[in-house]
Unconditional design. Sequence first.
Length: 266
Amino acid sequence: MEETDYSNDWEQNGYILLRQAIDTSVCKAMLDDIIAFVRKNTPGSANVQSVQAPDNSTVHLAEGSIIIPESKPNPVALQPEDSISKVFNLHRREPYVGFVRQPAVLDVLSQVMGEDIDCFQSQFIFKNPGAWGQPWHQDSYYMPLDQQPQVGVWLAVSEATLENGCLQVLPGSHREPIHAHVPDQRPQANYGYVEIVDYDFSAAVPVLMQPGDLLIFNSFLMHRSVDNRSRRRRAAAMFHFARAGTCKTSDIPIYTFDFVPVKRAE
Ligand SMILES: O=C(O)CCC(=O)C(=O)O
């Protein structure tokens, strides 16, 4: 079958939206896995090691992953996962490693970044009821790497709507340099949330997604997620890919980077 050419979307807009790219059984497997993981490794329990990071924040570590609690309380929390924001470093194990190696993902990535690809970051994002959205930002702001840009892949694990915290993107903004990012001033904003305040976002578009849809985007693209004003979780899994050979430029440890080869030219 002939491959679809995504180069126009990529060059013009800085992102590619693939509908129903991933079987929803993969979304279910990820959600089941991460819920079991968080129940077993709830921050504060004996399984979780809590350490101080170089920037004085507390990092919760378990089984090679990093667990980030939600700062803003969830009014309808019943289970440990209802109070978690993100879990990082998942792409060495199933079902995540199977996801990053599947042709539906790698074929499109190869079109935009060549045949030699590493996955260097992964996160499951819960976005529970009441959670703030992540403000306007460019992912490369967080990524001191010697080759730019990287490519982000955002998998809708649940439906993503205007009410429950879908992404918004600013088409074409991937051509901008990395802008200044200032700390998110909202009360109980999550650790690490920063915001671009020197740009006009009036041309932003919401990205409404169903489970199994994929958004693939340039790490310079300005994007945000809106607040979850619904009573249901908006779940997603996000992965970042770099060209093989890409190296960190900072001496400071970045606990959320873990370079794993996923594709090499034959
Ligand atoms: O899924 C979200 O709420 C925001 C994700 C995002 O923007 C990111 O991880 O860069």
